[in-house]
Write a protein that binds this ligand. Structure first.
Ligand code: UD1
Ligand code: CA
Length: 454
């Protein structure tokens, strides 16, 4: 049996006060609608349909290249109308799961549970008890506690308004039943909309069993209508990420001050200080320390390495027992071998830095291949760019680059070579040579300082 997931994402979301369609606002760095799609994908290899309307082109562009079918709902005539727009693309013998692009954190388990109910021939409905049910559709049950209808807030009687059990909107049922019921919806109600919720009464009348299940947490069914709700969900999501880091072996100085915007794999005995952001695919080895205010993006950090405060790593690979920062910037293509050190105010890019090598202070290393046990002095610059092309600097094992040197690429400094401080190196330095390329010092004893004219 196949599963078709229909994600409603046509609404305007005017309360976001944004040029960006609501469902593209991010939780944990990922657009809300993408969370929904990713979780839905784990449900019995589901086909995904997204109903778009407001900001349709932006949503399409964001999801470009993914295996998603779009259904355009040119006018937002209600949730029932929205689902109907997707039905032509849904196979008649399929099970349909209805989800919402602005309800990002529904778990795959909850989705699967609803689908299983529908696959057994019943109607799966996700409901939740709220202390304040204002605005939501109320779940109406008969004397035997069977769900018989959903009444929207604006259509509800005073007795119905007292019901605490509300509709989350999320449901699963067979496509054949939907194809039967959706054309029967009418818009004669308080909002003049085609309510998806009216299919509940149709199902009950036909004797279809409506099985209501509840989510494990309220946040799973929390929709986002404004940026306050977005921030609430973000905090909840991040706290769960922090818990996962801790459960898997990281001590966090403050679980409320680590944000994960991607996927982290990790070892044990990690220590992470406050205000650390982990983005994209990040690996943190065992016994790693990450000090405060670091951003680690798409990078790997080997066992025993210390990333000191205020460092930024991006597409970098740092091996074991390295020392990075404080205030280091490792740009894409940086690879540090074991025990390498990159210190404060050092920027690296496409730089391979060999085992035990040190680049400790105020230096730029770009497009460089540095061997083992090299010492790069303070203020060294690889001049890798001539205004048109980038060129490589190669430094052999054990070389010593004196402070404030410029290495004008393409250039090679051999193994064991020494570059005198303040040199501008433009030609190959052979192994073990000393290169000095700076003006000679002149001392004049006869010198007299100028005196002020009267
Ligand atoms: C809906 C439910 C209500 C439930 C609540 C939960 C209906 C009639 N009511 O009410 O029972 O308690 O959700 O939040 O279903 N959308 C479209 N096209 C449309 C209309 C809506 O794509 O024509 C999308 C919206 O973008 C939104 C979602 O469907 O993401 C829900 O629509 P909304 O109008 O907010 O429904 P509610 O009135 O909140
Ligand atoms: Ca709503």
């Amino acid at each position: 049996m196949s599963v078709d997931v229909v994600i409603l994402a046509a609404g305007q979301g005017s309360r976001m006060k944004s040029a960006l369609p609501k469902v593209l606002h991010a939780v944990g760095g990922k657009p809300m609608v993408q969370h929904v799609i990713d979780n839905a994908r784990s449900t019995d290899d589901a086909s995904v349909h997204v109903v778009i309307g407001h900001g349709a082109e932006k949503v399409r562009a964001q999801l470009d290249g993914q295996d998603v079918q779009f259904a355009l709902q040119a006018e937002q005539l209600g949730t029932g109308h929205a689902v109907a727009q997707a039905m032509p693309g849904v196979s008649a013998d399929s099970t349909v799961l209805v989800l919402y692009g602005d309800v990002p954190l529904t778990s795959a388990e909850t989705m699967q549970e609803l689908v299983s109910i529908a696959e057994a021939g019943d109607f799966g409905l996700l409901t939740v008890d709220l202390q304040d049910p204002t605005g939501y559709g109320r779940i109406v049950r008969d004397d035997s506690d069977n769900v018989v209808a959903i009444v929207e807030h604006k259509d509800a009687s005073p007795e119905q308004l007292a019901i605490a059990e509300v509709n989350t909107g999320i449901l699963a049922v067979s496509a054949s039943k939907l194809n039967d019921w959706l054309p029967q919806l009418s818009s004669e109600n308080a909002q003049g909309e085609y309510y998806l919720t009216d299919i509940i009464a149709m199902a009950a009348k036909q004797g279809v069993a409506i099985k209501a299940i509840q989510p494990e947490t309220e946040q799973e069914v929390q929709g986002v209508n404004n940026r306050v709700q977005l921030a609430e969900l973000e905090r909840w999501f991040q706290l769960r990420n922090a818990e996962e880091l801790m459960v898997n072996g990281a001590t966090l100085a403050d679980p409320a001050r680590v944000d994960v915007r991607g996927t982290v794999t990790q070892g044990n005995d990690i220590w992470i200080d406050v205000n650390v952001v982990l983005e994209g695919d990040v690996h943190i080895g065992s016994n790693v320390r990450i000090e405060s205010n670091c951003v680690i993006r798409n990078s790997r950090i080997g066992d025993g390495t210390v990333i000191k405060a205020n460092s930024l790593l991006e597409d970098a690979v740092v091996a074991e027992n390295c020392d990075v920062g404080p205030y280091a910037r490792l740009r894409p293509g940086t690879e540090l071998a074991n025990k390498a050190k990159v210190g404060n105010f050092v920027e690296t890019k496409k730089a391979i830095i060999g085992e035990g090598s040190k680049v400790n202070h105020l230096t730029y290393v770009g497009d460089a291949n540095i061997g083992k046990n090299v010492n790069v002095g303070a203020g060294t610059i690889t001049c890798n760019y001539d205004g048109v092309n980038k060129s490589l600097t190669e430094i052999g094992d054990g070389a010593f680059i004196g402070s404030n040197s410029s290495l004008v690429a393409p250039v090679k400094v051999g193994a064991g070579a020494t570059v005198g401080a303040g040199s501008t190196i433009t030609k190959t330095v052979e192994d073990d040579q000393l290169a000095v390329a700076r003006g000679k010092q002149t001392n004049l004893s006869s010198w007299q300082r100028p005196v002020k004219k009267s």
